[in-house]
Write a protein that binds this ligand. Structure first.
Ligand code: DGI
Ligand code: FE
Ligand code: FE
Length: 202
């Protein structure tokens, strides 16, 4: 993939886009973003998804992660986003508000990319292939190091839905352990991919 995909999907050339992202987030998170981009492309090849969209979505998925609370809350109000997210903090805001920011500041208008960024933290009950790829790439990129990451990487070699299931279960367990606020969409993902809600009953 050359420079063209950046011009095709964003308002910038590759070097300009990378500079803009680098100026918005820390060096560590920039490195993470590049790693998610690479991992997303590998997964897209493996599971037959659009490589270009996986690449761009992976690169920009955490673009809004280091914005101030004030800015994020303003974005939520100005764009009539679901106000109930305000109580959940930046971990929940940065994907949803991030999609707004990458449209406005990076010129990304592709609906599939915007949706994958929107749901990258919580998942959803109705994930597209690209949504799953970004959700999983974020979890298993090579810099990640937590108990269970090698199991997730192994599952990702064969079955994407199994990683989604493993990931949402582990995330939810950790959130419960910490008595964190569970965003309803996180529960929806659990119900769909772990507990099998919405599947046709026989
Ligand atoms: O942005 P990253 O750190 O790369 O990863 P992420 O966007 O997948 O997740 C950010 C954090 O959000 C992670 O620590 C898990 C957390 N999270 C996911 N679902 C929920 C949540 N936090 C709360 N409080 N509630 C949720 O439902
Ligand atoms: Fe994130
Ligand atoms: Fe991330």
């Amino acid at each position: 993939m050359g420079n063209d995909i950046y011009v095709k999907y964003t308002a910038f050339k590759q070097d300009e886009l990378l500079k803009k992202i680098r100026m918005s987030i820390s060096e560590k998170r920039f490195k993470h973003s590049l790693a998610v981009q690479k991992t997303a492309v590998l997964l897209a090849k493996r599971f037959d998804c659009n490589l270009e969209k996986a690449s761009i979505a992976g690169l920009v998925h955490d673009y809004a992660k280091e914005r101030s609370d004030e800015e994020m809350i303003r974005i939520i109000y100005e764009n009539n986003l679901d106000e109930t997210i305000i109580a959940f903090g930046n971990n929940i805001w940065h994907g949803v508000a991030g999609a707004i920011l990458i449209k406005k500041e990076l010129g990304i208008i592709d609906a599939k990319i915007l949706q994958a960024v929107t749901v990258h933290t919580t998942g959803s009950s109705n994930m597209s292939l690209l949504d799953k790829i970004i959700y999983v790439a974020d979890f298993i990129e090579p810099n990640r190091n937590f108990p269970g990451v090698s199991k997730a990487r192994k599952l990702a070699k064969v079955n994407l839905d199994k990683v989604v299931k493993y990931e949402i279960k582990r995330t939810l367990l950790r959130l419960l352990e910490n008595e964190a606020k569970i965003y309803p969409k996180t529960m929806d993902t659990y119900n769909k991919y772990v507990a099998g809600v919405n599947q046709l009953s026989t």
